[in-house]
Write a protein that binds this ligand. Structure first.
Ligand SMILES: C[S@@+](CC[C@H](N)C(=O)[O-])C[C@H]1O[C@@H](n2cnc3c(N)ncnc32)[C@H](O)[C@@H]1O
Length: 205
């Protein structure tokens, strides 16, 4: 599948109806999701026939993309039942059978799914809404769940911190893409408008 086809397919995924700011419910745009999944699939061959987990799956844009790219099974994990209801409607509309969901708080998963997935993908909450450190909790959980690689989107400003953590955790970390991310208006809480455009790193662990 070409990148443009994947992107236009992901444009059909319905997003959050009433996003919960405290859960950082902003969706990954079809363009960013498409670029991320296309790279993971074509450059690293980590989707087709793989068991994939999507942490903080929201309405499912990353999970649905992985399923469309022939994941063996993609399991989306999210704390919010409202987001998972929309996820399930999306799955029905796409008529996908290689996809499932688990409602849970990712920060409490611990080692329950240790090494159960080939690949973990995610656009985690960044920890900017009284939930500082949640991005690192997601990352640690993702690393414990994956037999293979973790692909995760993070703010570039956290790159050095993540790099240090990766070395503490004895995992290899590489920035494989830099993307521009335009947060929706409700997240533009910074005084300087330009601050709302975050470059995002896609990490490989
Ligand atoms: C930035 S959004 C990403 C949504 C979706 N993955 C996407 O790419 O469009 C972060 C998601 O993490 C979920 N979330 C926030 N805190 C969570 C937690 N502690 N456990 C599980 N999910 C959580 C939110 O409900 C939201 O769906």
């Amino acid at each position: 599948m070409k990148l443009k086809e994947l992107e236009s397919c992901l444009q059909q995924v319905d997003g959050f109806e009433e996003p919960k700011i405290l859960l950082e419910q902003y969706p990954t745009s079809p363009h960013i999701a498409g670029c991320m999944l296309y790279t993971i699939h074509n450059t690293y061959d980590d989707i087709k026939n793989k068991l994939v987990a999507d942490l903080g799956c929201g309405c499912g844009v990353l999970s649905i993309g992985a399923a469309v790219l022939d994941a063996g099974l993609c399991v989306g994990f999210d704390i919010d039942s409202g987001a998972l209801d929309i996820f399930k409607q999306n799955v029905e509309e796409f008529e996908l059978s290689n996809i499932d969901t688990v409602q849970t708080d990712v920060s409490t998963i611990g080692s329950s799914f240790a090494k159960k997935f080939d690949t973990v993908i995610m656009n985690p909450p960044f920890g900017t809404k009284h939930n500082q450190g949640i991005d690192m909790q997601f990352l640690k959980t993702a690393i414990s769940m994956a037999r293979g690689a973790v692909y995760s989107l993070h703010k570039t400003t956290t790159r050095d911190h993540i790099s240090k953590k990766a070395s503490d955790w004895k995992v290899k970390m590489e920035v494989i893409a830099e993307l521009r991310y335009d947060l929706p208006a409700s997240y533009k809480f910074h005084k300087k408008k330009s601050m709302a455009m975050y470059p995002i790193d896609m990490m490989l662990n």
